[in-house]
Write a protein of this length. Sequence first.
Length: 904
Amino acid sequence: MDTQTSASFGTLLRECRLAAGLTQEGLAERAGISARTVRLLEQGGSTPQRATAERLVTALGVAGEEVVQFLAGATSGPRRHTSSSKHVPTPHAWPLPPTDLVGREGELATVLALLEREQTRVLTLTGPGGVGKTRLALAVALQFQEQGDQEVLFVALAPLDAPEFVLPTIARAVGVPEDPSRPILTTLSIALRNRPCLLVLDNFEHIAAAGPEVAALRAACPGLRLLVTSRVVLHVQGEQVYPIPSLALATPHHLPPLDVLLHVSAVQLFIERAQAVKPDFALTAANAATVVQICAQLDGLPLAIELAATRVGILPVQALQRRLQGDRMGQSLQLLTGGARDLPQRQRTVRDTIAWSYTLLPEVERSLFRWLGVFRGGWSLPAAEAICADHLSLDALDGLISLTEQSLLVVQDEDGEPRFGMLETIREYALEQLEANGETEVTRREHATYYLRLAHDAEPMLLGAHQLIWLKRLEAEHDNLRAALRWFLNWGDADGALHLSGDLAHFWFLRGYWSEGRRWLEAALKVDEGREPDTVWTKVRTGAGLLAYYQGDYGRAATLCGESLWLSRQLGDQRGIVAALHGLAQVARAGDNYTAARAMYEESVDILRMLNDTWGLARTLNYLGISLLQDDPGAARPLIAEGLALFRQVGDRWGIALSLNDLGTISRLEGKFAEARLLLEETLDIFRMVGDKRGINRTLWLLAEISYNEGDYASARRLYMEALEILGTLGERVMTPVCLDGLAAVATAQGQLVGAARLFAVATVLRDASGATAPAPLRAQREENLARTRAVLGEVQFAAAWSEGQTMMPEQAVAQLDSGLLEIQTVMPYADAGAPALKGVARLTRREHEVLRLVAQGLTDVQVAAQLVVSPRTINAHLSSIYNKLGVNSRTTATRYALDHRLV
């Protein structure tokens, strides 16, 4: 909605409110929204959701044309934020409520009022499963979003099974990259410290041990408010607890008139849900007492009422009431964290209601229901069929449809195929019954076996034309794959753990799950350390080694891949030899040992040609080409081009992007920036499609380097910063300081010298802490840029800025860049007498600095061109630009300038 429309809605709202004789506070209370929301709407500063507009219509008693105007002024769902709101998740990250919120106007207003109090920073909505905590929290979140003055972020915690995953899950949900060099709490605190934000944490009870960490996060972030849904109180400092009451009930023995009864919350919900399955259902004098009794028996709990109301399609309400009264089982649900706990009485009521629905199922559907409880994060039809086919005399699809119709399952459309799931409360009951029937072990074994087969089938599909389909499928099943891995590990099943983790290694690499993947792979290796090593053992070891390499842990990578190579040679496993050689060659390249790397790549090429392994050959040719760039750049391009052709042959998009990236690298080194940019922009699109964060990062970095070389510092800065945002999610230790160095060079070129010195210092600290090194050309480039910054800033001010940077986190140094422009105004007059003037020097691009340095050393245009792998014509063009920027007109005066300003 545009501003004009918002204003017209606000005018209409104010006129109707005054006509009704209501204050803003009075209207807010009647409509179940906050007074602040009413004020914002009347001022034209916010657009209401349709549900809010409908509540206002009811509260104001408007009719006719005014109703149409009210609803026309509303949006149909959560507003989509513009790109300027980069931290706000897109609406699809929010669970969409399947039905309207009924009978919670008072609770909604109370929660909004509590959150608007300055002292309320952690508000926990408590109550039994099924009381509507999540539904109310979503309504509150939508109200806050309408106010528009802070972020609203929703994080679902139900899939987690351990407290240590809470903060990483929050970080991933809000787009904060994980940094393995420091606690995730520190990373999150820095990222959210200055972000006014309402963070909704849904389903906290089973990982309540994480409460202190979440409270610590809140304490570190003044603008952060937490809205938590949990069956248990967190017992953390500053917590405000709001127990959600049951829906309002009527007294069965003193029934009010029907027109009043229709507005009793519990009765209203029952009627709406019953009409969803039986449209002609209505509240009458004949059934009113029975409906009220049903709602009272269910203690006014929304989930219980909804489950009961769905039976109206089959049972008359009188029969429904009799069955409810006679089938109570009287046992409480247990929390997933294990061990019985004292729970409120209503908790048992929800369980009894689910139990009643369960007892009405045919025996075969009960079995299906129980077995489905082992899935995490949902499941596909083939998964259900595979797990249940040998044990149940029931068509899985028919059973799933039946359970869905009885509100025991939820279903979503996923690329034209159904994906099923359970509400967490119902899943708990299914697991309880699974255990009670002695079926837990066999069901979890079937579950783990299915996902072992799925991963095995998926691995080769990640290397060809169906790559994107299978990446998406594995992503959707990641929670189930984790559960299967955990089961194999807990049962000491080394074969299962090794095969499953080994088959997932490439998926973890492509999708950036490097830290997690290493943990799983290393854990699998420890299940049976006395096991006789075999090909799967070497595969897992190499997979862990490669992920270690990509994180900059070169020592561990060399150890793992070296052991794999030795054993693969003993076993005669040619594919294992190639995989281990690849890892070792990567480590050799990182250590500037290109001769050793080339020898290993060349051995791999021979083996792969013998095996007729097109994909492996394509990848190795690419890396062989890159390893030749230092000594024989002319031979690199044809090798990479051959690799590209082979990747196109097998249809591997990731491989195509890899080759295009390498070709773009060569074009950049040759000074063909326009050609390089075209190649790299195509590369970036493909890497984004595949979801390869490492590829995205490296391509952004290369594009940033090109922008810097061309003097487009604004673009370079933006690209470096985007690359840095991605890096932390990978736990990568090499490219982070490289990108910081690049950003520092940009800062120097833009005159932000203090900020540049700080960034160089931060990068140095990171390198020293990790022990990782960058390739030699990057190290040389860094030293040149560092010397330039030191020379321009002056020794005294440089030392002070460097000292400050050594104590900063990368985010702090980046955030404080802008202060460098202010500081330079006072720093420059006190710079060392021999320091060069900023004008001219800082305006040269990185490539122009290189050309000027070589010219000052006495090299001819041809010799400079040979050094920089470009044409003499390109060098001549660079010199013309240098002369113009420095205000000189010859090689001699340019050389004198370089010497005077300590550029050589």
